[in-house]
Design a protein around this ligand. Structure first.
Ligand code: FE2
Length: 219
């Protein structure tokens, strides 16, 4: 197995920015992410845990790329969600994450997908999804992706004991909202996304984007 090159988060972002000069493809970013390991020390400012929800911590953002850590206490998980038609790459930095990929089978308002700038308006009450695979991603393991062909998944901290997990997520373009699924009632709806911290600073508690965070946040 080829050993991974150890680099800081700053160098990681600098390389990501170089991809902005031409087409950003799933595979060019995937190959890069698979070839490196980011140093723990460079990520320290972006690691925050919360007992209620997993946390989304913004490290870098421009028009094309968004980079964050997500920090998971044991048992924390996302809702089943989409990525607004964008691409996403995930590196597990610490611990182990589980990913369940879903396929959209149908709903009673498929025409809601005919909208500019969003993957779907959402609002269906009879959404059918099917599990197509479950994957484990431990630290140093495979880099996982969501893309235009496989856009629906759920993530969770795989540890059933006391182990925290940290993952690094790259989105292109940045995602401010997505579709979340209420699996019990076959409903879907749009959700705004919030940051727990930005650029190493915890967001103020009265920040509307934080107080509006849903009961299960989305990655
Ligand atoms: Fe996701």
């Amino acid at each position: 197995m080829t050993s991974k090159r150890l680099i800081s988060i700053d160098d990681f972002i600098e390389k990501l920015r170089s991809f902005e000069q031409s087409l950003i493809t799933r595979d060019c970013v995937l190959d890069f992410c698979s070839s490196i390991q980011i140093t723990d020390s460079s990520l320290d400012p972006y690691v925050f845990f919360d007992d209620k929800f997993y946390t989304r911590n913004l490290i870098y953002r421009d028009d094309l790329v968004e980079v964050m850590t997500i920090c998971w206490q044991p048992g924390q998980k996302t809702a089943v969600h989409t990525h607004n038609g964008q691409l996403c790459w995930m590196i597990t930095q610490r611990g182990s994450l589980g990913v369940v990929d879903y396929k959209w089978i149908g709903c009673d308002h498929p025409e809601y997908q005919n909208v500019v700038g969003l993957d779907c308006v959402a609002g269906s009450e009879h959404t059918k999804l099917e599990v197509i695979r479950e994957i484990e991603a431990g630290a140093g393991g495979p880099v996982l992706t969501a893309d235009k062909l496989q856009t629906i998944h759920r993530l969770y901290n795989l540890s059933d004991r006391k182990e925290r997990a940290i993952s690094i997520h790259v989105y292109s373009r940045p995602i401010d909202s997505c579709v979340a699924f209420d699996m019990e009632n076959q409903r879907c709806y749009r959700r705004q996304l919030a940051y727990f911290s930005k650029y190493g600073e915890a967001a103020p508690k009265d920040d509307a984007s934080v107080t509006a965070a849903p009961f299960v946040q989305i990655t």
